[in-house]
Design a protein around this ligand. Structure first.
Ligand code: ACO
Length: 331
């Protein structure tokens, strides 16, 4: 069976940069509070006319150009997002349309911050079994329009940013390279610890003025619980990837963690036992872009020359659900 390799990666973020000081103009917060608790200095937010699908399209076109491929050479789209442009259909078909395609499948993956690794696992299985050869894997989010941009939502709103990251995946016959393993986990007992309650068909009507008045359409989170579980479960998922591949932390060239919060990333680094140069972070500039954070960070790491052929790359994520995941890739 062939392994799955990364043919090209790319990302696209909106031009509009929102600083911590900008947020302090619209809610009771400060650069000092946000920097100390999260490590975030700026994030990108969409402007009029931009959508999740438009960000994903821009990122996909960059990746196709890097790969020297035409959209028609893609066999399948795996689109990971928790902030779709519409309630239905999923965003995959909108991206397909924007790329001028009409004859390939598009699946949407709804696993929040773990979305990209869940999507990678799906794409990897399809590629290894030969069902699809060229898969466009997308992580894209527009959080800003859904956030409570008042002091009521400040604990959550300051953390999130918009953006899209993509990878074009395909089979390699080199037995030494490619995706070595993916490890997926979920525990729905914590579903309401980070969630957006409405609109939702558990409500009748599924959207109402009352739901909106109560702020049920905004993401809310029990920050300390999220922090606690992320700090424990992300290192466990990394340990699963190390163990499955009979490697040690010293063998890892680079860990690209989901960029949720610098303090969480530091806890993961410490728990796994990695040096600073083995962990990639860019949360200071983008905030938490959920399913987009790993592909954005991976593309930046590659552009900075942080990975070479044969290096061991680990990915790990944790988020709403709770869901968490890891992957090991021989670059
Ligand atoms: N600016 C200023 N003050 C704030 C803000 C803000 N943006 N948000 C909350 N506060 C206040 C609170 O109201 C509280 O005030 P009080 O003491 O008068 O009641 C005080 O700051 C401390 O609040 P805590 O919630 O106790 O702060 P904590 O140290 O737990 O930090 C944070 C909050 C940053 C959300 C932290 O819990 C955290 O990082 N959690 C993880 C959340 C996360 O990363 N989520 C991302 C999504 S999931 C994922 O991707 C892994």
């Amino acid at each position: 069976m062939p392994r799955t390799e990364f043919i090209a990666t790319a990302f696209h973020v909106p031009e509009r940069v929102v600083t911590n000081d900008d947020l302090a103009q619209i809610m009771d917060t400060s650069d000092e509070w946000i920097t100390q608790r999260s490590g975030i200095k700026t994030r990108h937010w969409v402007s009029d006319g931009e959508t999740g699908a438009s960000l994903a399209t821009a990122a996909a076109r960059k990746a196709l150009a890097k790969a020297g491929m035409r959209p028609a050479e893609l066999d399948c789209i795996v689109y990971c997002t928790c902030t779709p442009d519409h309630f239905e259909p999923g965003n995959g078909v909108f991206l397909e349309r924007e790329l001028g395609l009409s004859d390939i499948p598009a699946i949407d993956v709804r696993n929040q911050c773990s979305g990209f690794i869940y999507g990678l696992s799906v794409a990897d299985a399809w590629i290894r079994t030969g069902q699809y050869r060229r898969v466009l894997l997308v992580g894209a989010e527009v959080h800003s329009r859904g956030l409570d941009r008042t002091t009521r939502g400040r604990d959550t709103t300051v953390l999130f940013g918009d953006g899209a990251g993509v990878a074009i995946l395909g089979p390699t016959d080199d037995p030494e390279r490619g995706v070595l393993s993916t490890h997926l986990f979920a525990d729905g007992r914590h579903a309401e610890k980070l969630w957006v309650d409405a609109p939702g068909l558990a409500h009748d009507p599924f959207i109402s003025e009352q739901l909106i008045r109560e702020g049920k359409h905004h993401a809310v989170m029990e920050g300390r619980e999220v922090f606690k579980y992320a700090s424990i479960l992300m290192p466990q998922s990394v340990a699963a990837a190390l163990e499955a591949n009979h490697v040690t932390p010293g063998d890892v060239k680079l860990l690209v963690p989901h960029q949720a919060n610098l303090r969480i990333i530091e806890m993961v680094q410490k728990a796994v036992g990695l040096r600073d140069d083995q962990v990639y972070t860019n949360i200071d500039r983008y905030g938490n872009t959920t399913a987009a954070s790993i592909p954005i960070a991976l593309d930046e790491a590659l552009c900075e020359g942080r990975l070479a052929r044969g290096d061991l790359l680990l990915l790990t994520a944790f988020g709403s659900g709770f869901t968490w995941a890891s992957a090991a890739v021989r670059w």
